[in-house]
Design a binder for this molecule. Structure first.
Ligand SMILES: *Cc1c(COP(=O)(O)O)cnc(C)c1O
Length: 388
């Protein structure tokens, strides 16, 4: 079965559910057992069955089945947010005295977790330049337990050579993780490229409607029990209504991504021709570091990318552009049906790589609006930008 077909069917069980197309939402804390024997038996292997509400419900299992199908993984674990998926997955593999390698282009809260929580626990983080490739071997220490990648990187979109990194990691028996949110687990198959764990903020494209907080950890059977037991122990669990909504999101993910991709490409192409724009940081464009790797390893692009404006624009001019946008409100997060834009400055967030551009940066999310309307809005925005 092709993935598009598989995604429509995974995690459904109409036969067991009166023929109804979508699985029901189970709200549960207590799961009751009829006998002491049944209770003890369930306790022997709690990560597999329905044991306690925080461990799993049929609703979370159904969603996780669909995520595993999406990512091409044996299993998936749903947790309450994308950041919880990242922190839970990392914590499952480190202890005091260990060391991890994290891409410098990681989502900033991931870095903040490393710099505060992990540091406090005596786990050291070394950031690496996202374009490092197989040279990552030079940064490996005897106590390195995890290599954490994110490709393309948050805000600046460097595409990483994941096969080169995972090959080195395998030689050293180090677990590799990728934050696969940008590709939505759809345009990049983490496991075909050697990753052990693929993480997503399902909050973004899987949810797809800006109304769900959810994270997913996709992984092989060999790692499932370890990670599931760990995140259960941390108290992490995904809410049933969010699992239900996100599972609906998976059914329409390929169709929605097609529109985001197309609108993103059209916006980026138009922006590239504008005199106000110095660089377009979209993996499908040559300006973007790792563009060749993108062409080799990815099957498409989502609607999220950035631009660097010319050097001379002031903060005030940028604010005047952004404040007047009709179709690009400012907001964190992305992956819903609507367009968004935020200003950012990569300079302060760099540890292992430098940022040379002087001009202000904008991150855009191409939503599903008519693209001519979006371009008109940007065009008027540039008029405000030029007026200062
Ligand atoms: C949004 C985001 C996260 C965090 O997801 P939440 O659900 O908001 O916690 C993690 N990684 C990336 C790349 C993101 O864009």
């Amino acid at each position: 079965m092709k993935k598009q077909t598989h995604l429509l069917h995974a995690g459904r069980n109409a036969k067991e559910n009166f023929g109804i197309v979508n699985p029901p939402v189970y709200h549960a804390s207590t799961v009751t057992f009829p006998t002491v024997e049944a209770m003890n038996k369930a306790g022997e292997n709690p990560t597999e069955g329905i044991y306690y509400g925080r461990m799993a419900t049929p609703t979370s299992h159904a969603f996780e089945e669909a995520v595993a199908a999406l990512e091409g993984a044996d299993k998936a674990i749903a947790v309450q947010s994308g950041l919880a998926a990242i922190t839970g997955a990392i914590l499952a593999f480190v202890k005091n005295g260990d060391h991890i390698l994290v891409t410098d282009s990681a989502y900033f809260p991931t870095k903040k977790f490393c710099n505060t929580v992990l540091k406090g626990f005596g786990v050291e983080t070394t950031y690496f330049n996202p374009t490092i490739g197989s040279n990552i071997e030079k940064l490996i220490q005897p106590n390195t337990k995890v290599i954490f990648t994110e490709s393309p990187g948050s805000l600046t979109f460097e595409v990483q050579d994941i096969p080169a990194i995972t090959k080195v990691a395998k030689d050293h028996k180090i677990i590799t993780m990728i934050d696969n949110t940008w590709a939505a687990g759809y345009f990049f198959n983490a496991f075909d490229h050697g990753c052990d764990i693929s993480i997503q903020a399902a909050t973004k494209y899987i949810g797809g409607h800006s109304d769900v907080m959810l994270g997913t950890i996709a992984l092989g059977d060999d790692l499932y029990k370890k990670v599931k037991t760990y995140v259960y122990g941390l108290g992490y669990c995904a809410a049933p209504d969010d699992c239900y909504l996100a599972q609906r999101g998976i059914r329409t993910l390929p169709a929605r991504l097609k529109i985001h991709e197309e609108n993103g490409m059209k916006l980026a192409s138009w922006l590239k021709e504008q005199p106000e724009v110095k660089r377009v940081l979209h993996p499908a464009f040559e300006d973007c570091p790792g563009h060749d790797i993108f062409k080799r390893d990815f099957t498409g692009a989502c609607g999220l990318f950035s631009i660097v404006l010319q050097d001379h624009y002031s903060e005030k001019a940028v604010a005047s552009m952004l404040d007047g946008m009709e179709l690009f409100p400012m907001g964190y997060s992305w992956g819903g049906y609507e367009s968004l834009m935020i200003p950012f400055n990569p300079k302060g967030a760099r540890n292992a790589s430098s940022w040379e551009d002087q001009g202000p940066c904008l991150r855009l999310h191409a939503g599903q609006e008519n693209v001519e309307d979006l371009i008109n809005d940007l065009d008027k925005g540039f008029e405000r930008l030029n007026k200062g």
